[in-house]
Design a protein around this ligand. Structure first.
Ligand code: HDD
Length: 708
């Protein structure tokens, strides 16, 4: 794997200057500037002689107002924060590129799709929706998947999610759904959780959210990594070609690494052990040169398909199954560079759904139309100036010119006399002009009709696809959905809300409703909620909607946790780490002490985690390589017992050497050892253990016995 390289940071805190020493009043040495390193200055460039003490009157007297350095430093600190995003506040971004596979001239004039192999710079920000900026990564939530493509004909933002449908059909309901999921306004809790009354009150009264709820209660809402999740543009957009012909299009991002999620119990524990689990994973994989990659897939269709499809293609609570309309893969997105400065790039990046380019256009999806107002508006609030487009992460990478001017913090200031057009100034004084040939063209769709405030009757079926989604899941995935409903609704205090939700679920299926009702301890099943249209029970299952039905092709990018002790076999450890490396996976060593372990051949290995700091929930599979004494010592340590107990409970594959036996005895696992436990003795064993781990979990351990 090639190591990633970052270009030199465009801005720097350093100006070259002579080395200097800084001393406090009493002559005490506080800091020694590196030889040739920069001198600390104020924002005005005045060198600072003492950054440790403020100016005062007398040794123990009051501070002097004239201390401009002090005032400037505190003033700037006081203003470091900008408002966090009202939704998707917690997120993580990275740079990369999109590479187009083949010219798509027939269906779109978008410049990015005109030439095979061409690369377009990209910036991607992944996020959760409900939590604040400092919330934990593993909340049960939708993940934002926002992509900014810096094309040669302007910036194109695909502001999507990892779920292909949404809670609501009309943007006017967005403040309501978001208010309901956010911490309740009187008490300001719970943080980053939908498991509370307000959320379930709203969604149980909003049947159009049922399909999305099935997704959010599924394992899709607790991804193992941003790298292992799909992305969706959600809405139906248009592709428009040079002849002015329009096709409808839906966008999909397919992870090359495959899909993978964690279990809910793991999510809860990961949030405690490493609240930055997802951002750390993205950062580390890019820094290690293991660049995450997605293919861009499109479902392209015409009016005839749209008219014949079971649902309205403008309804964002519906998807088009891949089995009904196949996805064509048209390019790949590779993330190969971490940010230089989180604030400048990830915090200030401003995505706007209305940022589209020639060859792409909107449809009348009422959610999309509403979003097109919201994003520009929100950027002005957050970034404080209409000049947010001048920030490097937001500015186009193609030439841009117009007569917009001034405003707070204008960084791009045109020169010359003309700031309007038409004008008659000559040559390069005249400024830019329109380009009717290459300029953006809106597709001239015909629009007629009265101006009612209503919901189209073609949007009225809220349950058929929710049912299709549930039926398309593997049994263990269905079990997880039921458990998630039970968990969340058990946090709801009002029995009436719980009952109403189960009433809605009856329209998804009496089987799922009954299981949830049982889990909630309901003695009778509430009546099914009324529906305005008949539920379509004949929709075919869509295996593409299941994570488990589409396992990853390899273990690449996965992480092993190896618990080692003093005296452990160097040969076994080396054989295992070599096999992991060959599989394109990585590992961390966990030892009783962070200093590491001394192996049986006297080599010293450093640990990445101290036992307890690296619980097994952080890894895809674990191994215990212990000496006889080491294993006995582990057996007395609660953190070591938790390590194996959790690995067992989460269906992980567990590789072990004979030294681990006391630990299995001490935890009672000896009697429960199944085919997911793999002995690492023997020459071929490490390789075959790693091969076994490609299944990611020993699912048989997690399926309850029939009749349980
Ligand atoms: Fe939104 C942010 C995705 C509906 C209003 N949204 C935001 C982000 C993503 C999405 C990924 C974070 C972008 C980033 O990383 O900075 N939003 C969606 C999807 C939706 C959706 C896939 C439905 C299909 N959003 C939606 C509606 C509205 C908004 C209906 C308002 C009418 N969304 C916003 C916003 C945010 C935002 C308030 C907050 C911060 C920002 O825009 O930049 O304007």
């Amino acid at each position: 794997m090639a190591a990633s390289r970052k270009p030199a940071s465009p801005s720097t805190r350093a100006q070259s200057n002579a080395p200097k020493e800084q001393t406090g009043e009493g002559g005490e040495l506080h800091q020694l500037a590196a030889p040739g390193g920069p001198v600390l200055t104020t924002q005005q460039g005045v060198p600072v002689s003492d950054d440790q003490n403020s100016l005062r009157i007398g040794e123990r007297g009051p501070l002097a107002m004239e201390d401009a350095h002090f005032r400037e430093k505190i003033f700037h600190f006081d203003h470091e924060r900008i408002p966090e995003r009202v939704v998707h506040a917690r997120g993580y971004g990275a740079h990369g590129y999109f590479e187009n596979y083949a010219p798509l001239t027939d269906i779109t004039s978008a410049d990015i799709f005109q030439r095979a192999g061409e690369r377009t710079p990209a910036f991607v920000r992944f996020s959760t929706v409900a939590g604040s900026k400092g919330s934990s990564d593993l909340a049960r939530d939708v993940r934002g998947f926002a992509v900014k493509l810096y094309t040669k004909e302007g910036n194109w933002d695909i502001v999507g999610n990892n779920i292909p449908v949404f809670f609501i059909q009309d943007a006017i309901k967005f403040p309501d759904v978001i208010h309901s999921v956010k911490p309740e306004p009187d008490r300001e809790f719970p943080q980053a959780q939908s498991a509370h009354d307000n959320f379930w009150d709203f969604v149980s009264l909003t049947p159009e959210s049922t399909h999305m709820l099935m997704w959010v209660m599924s394992d899709r809402a607790i991804p193992r990594s941003f790298r292992f999740m799909e992305g969706f543009g959600v809405h139906t957009f248009r592709f428009v070609n040079d002849r002015g012909e329009s096709h409808f299009v839906k966008f999909h991002w397919k992870p090359k690494q495959g899909m993978q999620s964690v279990l809910w119990d793991e999510a809860v524990k990961i949030n405690g052990a490493d609240p930055d689990f997802h951002r750390r994973d993205l950062w580390n994989s890019i820094e290690q040169g293991d660049f995450p990659e997605w293919e861009l897939g499109v479902q392209v269709f015409d009016d005839a398909f749209a008219d014949s499809f079971d649902f309205d293609v403008l309804d964002p609570t519906k998807l088009i199954p891949e089995e009904v309309l196949p996805i064509t893969r048209i390019g790949r997105l590779v993330l190969d560079r971490t940010v230089d400065n989180f604030f400048a790039e990830t915090e200030q990046v401003a995505f706007c759904t209305q940022n589209i380019v020639r060859g792409v256009d909107f449809t009348n999806d009422p959610l999309l139309q509403g979003r097109n107002f919201s994003y520009l508006d929100t950027q002005l609030k957050r970034l404080g100036s209409p000049n947010f487009t001048h920030l490097p992460v937001n500015a186009p990478k193609c030439p841009f010119a117009n007569f917009q001017q001034d405003g707070h913090m204008a960084l791009v200031n045109p020169v010359g006399r003309a700031n309007y057009e038409p004008n008659s100034w000559p040559g390069d004084q005249r400024g830019p002009r329109e380009d009717p040939a290459r300029g953006f063209q809106s597709f001239p769709a015909e629009e007629v009709g009265a101006k009612p405030r209503l919901r189209a009757s073609s949007f009225a079926d809220h349950y058929s696809q929710a049912r299709m989604f549930f039926r398309s899941q593997q049994p263990i995935e269905q079990q997880h959905i039921v458990e998630a409903f039970v968990f969340e609704l058990s946090k709801v205090e009002s029995p009436a809300i719980r009952e109403r939700m189960v009433g809605n679920l009856r329209n998804v299926g009496d089987d799922v409703a009954q299981l949830v009702a049982d889990g909630l301890g309901m003695t009778t099943l509430p009546p099914a909620s009324p529906t305005t249209v008949e539920i379509n029970d004949s929709l075919a299952e869509s295996p593409a909607l299941s994570i488990l039905a589409n396992p990853p092709e390899s273990l690449a990018g996965r992480k092993f946790g190896i618990l080692v002790t003093d005296g452990a076999s160097a040969a076994q450890l080396n054989a295992l780490t070599a096999a992991i490396h060959d599989a394109g996976a990585i590992f961390e060593l966990i030892a009783p002490k962070i200093g590491g372990a001394t192996l049986d051949d006297a080599t010293q290995v450093a640990a990445t985690q101290k036992l307890g700091g690296g619980p097994s929930v952080l890894y895809d599979a674990v191994a215990i390589i212990a000496s006889k004494l080491g294993g006995q010592q582990l057996a007395a340590q609660p953190a070591a017992k938790d390590f194996v107990n959790d690995a067992h409970a989460h269906g992980k594959f567990i590789g072990y050497t004979p030294g681990a036996q006391p630990l299995f005895d001490a935890t009672g696992l000896t009697a429960l050892m199944d085919a997911g436990y793999v002995s690492l003795g023997g020459k071929a064993a490490p390789k075959s253990f790693v091969r076994t781990c490609a299944a990611l979990r020993f699912w048989a351990r997690l399926v309850p016995p029939a009749g349980a």
